[in-house]
Write a protein that binds this ligand. Structure first.
Ligand code: UGA
Length: 423
């Protein structure tokens, strides 16, 4: 069967995963980016981000993946254009739509294509684009991929949300048929609701995390163990166990940005989204509580050497955007500590961001001579460390497990003073 060719505009993390996965499903994919060096390296099969399974898909489907800087070539080959440019937060907290606008403005006025919006945009964006470009069809198809498991999430979706307004059903039907082979539930709705589903989903997940972090903080006061609390809560189908892991706060390129964008979107229309203010504030404070856990054991941090284990905002990625390690490193230095950091893959991305920090090439090296350590990112290799040997290497075997990743009893038995989050 001849498969619909796909256009992808913006070959960042979402765009590249989308392009590679559609190629894997048998489509010719024309992927356009404005950065020539990126296009050239992708055309050579070099994948610039750390995402499990992605390099393999790009290599396997190289013949169907056409990377280019030329928008005209994409328009000529395809009818469906997946827009995957980023929408970073502005100073006001609104989403910056300049890259989305730049894509739309470069389309010829007579373009009869369908824009399929994967970039996260505030409700109302689709309506505005349709007013400006009446010839274009517009479909909202938000992405729900998680970094570190994006390929698997794409190929095995829980649901695929497809929003369209009257007149553009043909385009929404075409998008739906692309996703049908994947088997997830297809949610057909209007554009504004699809846009809101995306923001509301991320904001809800962030709310779950801030909620469990507050339960963790209260658990510390009353002698409960938050991991037990979350286990007991999560078995209720109405609550669900996912995203109830207490820790040192959420980071990444999505939750902080989207929570703020939704709060701002509400505010712009005169509604004060009170709950989200608290979600944001709890997340900010959560990173800083770690300092108190260290001083409890070490007293003043002036001149103390503190090791950060893990830097990325979560494991299996080198993404440092809004990573808790950024705040922690700066706060520790603010307290007069020396910071040494190790991450299995994010050191390169982190080196320009974590000023004043020493970088180690292994966890052992980071812990050698340290007065305290914070497990920031739950990389699997940290579970396999010989913790008894690590306790010997450290000047003061104090460990704050910022992700409740390790077994407290085992770590204590290895000779550590162990502090988790809410247990
Ligand atoms: C998130 C959403 O999960 C995706 O569905 C969405 O598509 C994506 O944002 C996006 O909008 O592009 P992602 O940012 O890749 O995905 O990462 P998550 O796995 O959701 O984790 C976000 C942060 O929350 C991490 O810092 C993680 O450590 C933290 N987290 C997660 C917790 O602190 N506790 C949990 O229980 C779960």
């Amino acid at each position: 069967m001849e498969r619909e060719p796909i256009g992808v505009v913006g070959v960042g993390w979402v765009g590249l995963v989308t392009a590679a996965c559609f190629a894997e499903l048998g489509h010719e994919v024309w992927a356009r980016d404005i950065v020539p060096e990126k296009v050239e390296s992708l055309a050579r099969g070099e994948v610039p981000i750390h995402e499990p399974g992605l390099p393999e898909l790009v290599t396997k489907n190289a013949e169907r993946l056409h990377f280019t800087t030329d928008m005209a070539a994409v328009l000529e080959q395809t009818e469906l254009l997946f827009v995957c440019v980023d929408t970073p937060p502005t100073y006001s907290g609104d989403a910056d739509l300049s890259r989305v606008r730049a894509v739309v403005e470069r389309l010829p006025e007579d373009a009869e294509h369908a824009l399929v919006m994967k970039s996260t945009v505030p409700s109302g964006t689709g309506a505005a684009i349709r007013r400006d470009m009446p010839g274009l069809a517009y479909v909202s198809c938000p992405e729900f991929l998680k970094e570190g498991s994006a390929v698997d999430d794409f190929l095995n979706p829980d649901r695929v949300v497809i929003g369209s307004d009257p007149g553009d059903e043909w385009a929404a039907d075409a998008v739906a048929s692309l996703y049908e082979p994947l088997g997830g539930e297809i949610v057909r709705t209007d554009v504004a609701s699809a846009e809101m589903i995306k923001l509301a989903s991320n904001a809800f997940l962030a709310t779950k995390i801030s909620f469990i972090n507050e339960i963790a903080n209260v658990s510390e006061e009353v002698g409960a163990d938050v991991t037990e609390v979350a286990r007991g809560m999560g078995l209720d189908d109405r609550i669900g166990g996912a995203f109830l892991k207490a820790g040192i706060g959420y980071g990444g390129s999505c939750f902080p940005k989207d929570v703020s964008a939704l709060k701002q979107l509400a505010g712009n229309s005169g509604y004060h989204f009170q709950l989200l203010n608290s979600v944001i504030e709890v997340n900010e404070l959560q990173k800083r509580r770690v300092i108190g856990k260290l001083t409890k054991h070490l007293g003043s941090l002036v001149g103390k050497r503190i090791a950060l284990l893990g830097l990325a905002f979560k494991p299996h990625t080198d993404d440092m955007r809004e990573a808790s390690s950024l705040v922690l490193s700066a706060r520790l230095q603010g307290e007069g500590a020396e910071v040494v950091a190790y991450d299995p893959v994010a050191t390169g991305a982190a080196s320009g961001l974590l000023t004043g920090t020493d970088f180690a090439t292994s966890a052992e090296e980071a812990l050698d001579g340290a007065d305290g350590a914070i497990l920031v990112t739950e990389w699997p290799e940290f579970a396999d460390l010989d913790w008894a040997a690590m306790a010997e290497k450290m000047r003061n075997p104090v460990l704050v497990d910022g992700r409740n990743f390790l077994d407290p009893e085992a770590i204590r038995a290895a000779g550590f003073r162990y502090e988790g989050i809410g247990r």
